[in-house]
Design a protein around this ligand. Structure first.
Ligand SMILES: [Fe+2]
Ligand SMILES: [Fe+2]
Length: 305
């Protein structure tokens, strides 16, 4: 297979065309496995009441929020992350192209992610879990600032999206458990099930990319994995929210290692791929080095019991 220099680092047009049948097959699999659900059925509307302002209701005050700090921070970060969907849509269409099954997937994915923010916002406002004025200001600030994607090309985008969906699945699941509210837990479980199917889609396409050109795909993994951060990092108050999320055991270096990076490396058999050229070997070494580094960081992160 002939490749030019751009192909090696980004995957290039060749990768897009060659992976298209895999994308199409996985789009069909996704449509078969997913099921329609309705955000309004997950929101406990009976707990809601009018706010001040035009409705002349009760203003929001911090003591109205019943969610533990970690769950509140997670849901807030979750909805702000989903609010940036116009940017992700733009980035993915640029990486995957605006035609055929690739763009069909991006459109479907966008519709499903939008459902997550509708549910999350409905829950947060109805239960008065967060300040509604701050929530709206955060949203506007975030969209106005825009979102810059740290990576380039189809292969890096595939690695990033696989990791992102994997991490979001875990974070949403844990946030539901930390909420202490069965209604919230059910909603977060439903959203996490979507993230799981998104992860499977991206992981399967990445798997095909590894089979097609292991040197290029491993290089993309080695380039993206060590610097991976969730897209919500651009949110206002991100540092405080992250502190609460780690302290409450919703997400941490340990969880990132055990529930995301280790299974990602294991399931894709990244360290066992043979027949590589020097750049593929180098990429494998970089991945192995990062996993060891994360293991040590994670061990230090474990809170004393
Ligand atoms: Fe989502
Ligand atoms: Fe997702």
């Amino acid at each position: 297979m002939s490749r030019n220099a751009a192909d090696i680092t980004t995957g290039g047009r060749g990768a897009l065309a060659e992976l298209e049948p895999v994308v199409e097959a996985n789009l069909h699999r996704h449509l078969r496995d997913t099921r329609e659900w309705f955000p309004h059925q997950y929101v406990p509307w009976s707990r809601g009441r009018d706010f001040d302002g035009l409705q002349g209701g009760e203003p929001w005050t911090p003591e109205q929020s019943r969610l533990p700090r970690a769950a509140r921070a997670s849901l807030l970060l979750g909805v702000l992350t989903e609010d940036n969907l116009p940017s992700y849509y733009h980035i993915l269409l640029r990486a995957f192209g605006e035609r055929g099954p690739w763009s069909d997937w991006v459109h479907l994915w966008t519709a499903e992610e939008g459902r997550h923010s509708i549910a999350l916002r409905g829950y947060l406002l109805t239960t008065r879990a967060v300040d509604p004025v701050a929530l709206e200001r955060f949203r506007v600030r975030q969209l106005t600032a825009g979102y810059r994607f740290d990576h380039n090309g189809v292969l890096q985008a595939l690695v990033y999206t696989t990791l992102q969906e994997w991490a979001t699945r875990v974070a949403h699941r844990n946030a539901g458990l930390a909420s202490g509210d069965p209604v919230c837990d059910r909603m977060m479980g439903r959203i996490a099930a979507d993230e799981n199917l998104h992860m499977i889609f991206y992981r399967n396409v990445l798997q095909a990319a590894l089979e097609r050109d292991p040197d290029a795909a491993l290089t993309a993994v080695a380039d993206v994995l060590p610097g991976f951060r969730l897209p919500g990092h651009v949110a206002a108050d991100f540092t405080t929210m992250t502190r609460d999320i780690v302290a409450g055991g919703v997400y941490s270096a340990q969880i990132h290692h055990e529930a995301v990076v280790a299974p990602f490396v294991r399931q894709l058999k990244l360290l066992g791929i043979g027949g590589l050229r020097p750049e593929g070997h180098q990429a494998q070494e970089r991945i192995a080095r990062y996993v060891r580094h994360l293991e040590l960081t994670a061990a230090r992160d474990i809170p004393p019991r």
